[in-house]
Design a protein around this ligand. Structure first.
Ligand SMILES: Nc1ncnc2c1ncn2[C@@H]1O[C@H](COP(=O)(O)OP(=O)(O)OP(=O)(O)O)[C@@H](O)[C@H]1O
Ligand SMILES: [Mg+2]
Length: 369
C-alpha cells in the first residue's frame, strides 16, 4: 500500500500555532553551529506544567474566587446557564448552512423539521445554534430539550405533581412542576426532541397531540394550547442503528421537513476540528492527517461504526498537547494517540480485531508503527 511521504510543509499553514514544536526544532538545528546559546529551543513542558497552564483548568480572571471557596448553592447560582450566556459559534459551511436554512424556513412556515444523521455529526449543536439565533430574532429565548431513551415517560415531558404540595393544595397548578414540553408550549418557545426514535411507542405517542393540534392535556388540570411561536425540532440517528426504535408512522407523518446530515466534506470537517481545538493548535499537515485517519474509518470495509467528529476533535487536542511536551516527530505522536482515541470510538465487524483495523488505518495515513 502506498505510504504517504513524510515530507510536509511545515511553515506555510494558516493554522500553525504561534510556536509549533516542529518549527522550533528546525530553527534550533540550523542555528546550532553558529551560536552556542540555545535561545530558540523551546523547552518541552512536563505533565505538571501542562496541567497547571491548561486553559481547561485555569480559572478565568472573571471567575477567580479569592476570598473563600464557594458553597454548592453559590456555585449553582453562578453556574446557572441563564446567568452565563455565552454566545455560541459554530462552523456553518456545506451541509450545516443548508440545514440551518431549512430549519429557518420550516419555523417560518409553521412546519416541524427533523434532523437525521449518524452519531456525532452535529445535530444537537445545530439545534442549539438555531435556538440562539431564534432568540436573537424573536426576543423569545425559551428553549427546552429532552434526550429520549427507553425509560423516558410522558411525565418527563409534561411534568408531575409535587406530592407534599399536592397533599396540601390538591391537584392544582401550584403543586405542578411543569415539564420541558409544557414550558416550551406555554412560552411559545422551541422544543428539541433529541434522539426521538429512542423513545418507546408509548412515549412517542404523547407527542402526537402537541404536534398536530398544538394542545396537550395536563392530567387533573386541563388541556392547554401552545402560545404563538411554539416550534418543535426532532433529531435522531438513522433507524437502522442499534438501540433505536422505529419512529411510529403517525409521528413520522407529523414531521414535515426531513433534514439529512452526513459526515461533512473534508474542508468543513477540518474547520470543525480546528474550531473545537482553540488551545492546542496543530499545523495544517497534521490536521489533514487527523482528518484522513477519521475519514478512513468511514470507508473501511471492516468497520461497522466509524469515528465521529468527536474523535477528530479529541485527536487534534491530544496531538496538540503532546507536541507541547515532546520533541518527537508529529507523525510518531499521531500514531500513538490515534490508537488511544480510536480504540473505543469505532466498532468493527464481528470477528475483526479493532486494534488490527486501527493499525492498518494509521499505517496507511502516517506510515507503519
Ligand atoms: N457545525 C459545527 N461547528 C462546530 N462544531 C461542531 C459542528 N457540528 C458538530 N460540532 C462538534 O462536534 C461534536 C458532536 O456534535 P453533536 O453533539 O452536535 O452531534 P450529534 O449529531 O448531536 O451527536 P449524537 O447523535 O451522538 O447526539 C461536538 O463537540 C460539537 O461541538
Ligand atoms: Mg445529539
Amino acid at each position: 500500500m502506498a505510504k504517504k511521504p513524510l515530507t510536509r510543509k511545515t511553515t506555510t499553514s494558516k493554522s500553525v500555532s504561534k510556536k509549533p514544536t516542529q518549527k522550533a526544532t528546525v530553527a534550533t538545528k540550523s542555528t546550532a553551529k553558529k551560536s552556542p546559546q540555545k535561545k530558540t529551543t523551546k523547552k518541552p513542558l512536563d505533565n505538571l506544567s501542562i496541567l497547571k497552564n491548561s486553559p481547561y483548568l485555569k480559572k478565568s480572571a472573571k471567575s477567580q474566587v479569592t476570598k473563600k471557596d464557594l458553597t454548592l448553592k453559590e456555585l449553582f447560582e453562578r453556574n446557572l446557564l441563564s446567568h452565563r450566556e455565552e454566545k455560541m459559534e459554530i462552523v456553518l459551511s456545506g451541509q450545516y448552512q443548508e440545514a440551518l436554512d431549512l430549519i429557518y424556513e420550516a419555523d417560518a412556515s409553521n412546519l416541524y423539521p427533523i434532523l437525521v444523521g449518524p452519531p456525532g455529526i452535529g445535530k444537537t449543536t445545530l439545534c442549539r445554534f438555531y435556538a440562539q439565533s431564534r432568540a436573537e430574532i424573536t426576543g423569545n429565548s425559551s428553549f427546552e430539550w429532552i434526550t429520549f431513551d427507553e425509560s423516558t415517560k410522558p411525565a418527563h415531558l409534561v411534568g408531575s405533581f409535587n406530592p407534599a404540595t399536592t397533599i396540601q393544595k390538591g391537584f392544582s397548578f401550584e403543586a405542578f412542576n411543569p415539564g420541558p414540553l409544557i414550558k416550551a408550549m406555554l412560552n411559545g418557545g422551541l422544543f428539541l426532541a433529541n434522539e426521538v426514535n429512542r423513545a418507546t411507542e408509548y412515549t412517542q405517542n404523547s407527542l402526537l397531540e402537541p404536534l398536530e393540534e398544538k394542545t396537550i392535556s395536563i392530567p387533573h388540570i386541563g388541556r392547554i394550547k401552545a402560545s404563538r411561536g411554539f416550534f418543535f425540532i426532532g433529531a435522531m440517528n438513522p433507524s437502522e442503528l442499534v438501540g433505536t426504535h422505529r419512529l411510529g408512522e403517525a409521528l413520522k407523518d407529523r414531521f414535515n421537513v426531513w433534514i439529512e446530515l452526513d459526515y461533512p466534506d473534508k474542508k468543513t470537517e477540518m474547520k470543525i476540528i480546528e474550531h473545537n481545538n482553540p488551545y492546542y493548535k496543530v499545523n495544517e499537515s497534521t490536521l489533514e492527517k487527523i482528518y484522513l485517519i477519521i475519514n478512513r474509518t468511514r470507508t473501511h470495509h471492516q468497520v461497522q461504526t466509524p469515528a465521529s467528529l468527536r474523535s477528530g476533535i479529541a485527536l487534534a487536542r491530544l496531538t496538540g498537547v503532546e507536541q507541547k511536551k515532546s520533541k518527537r516527530e508529529p507523525n510518531k505522536i499521531l500514531q500513538e494517540i490515534a490508537s488511544s482515541v480510536l480504540y473505543g470510538a469505532i466498532q468493527t465487524k464481528p470477528g475483526v480485531k479493532v486494534n488490527d483495523v486501527i493499525k492498518s488505518i494509521i499505517s496507511q495515513v502516517v506510515g507503519s508503527t
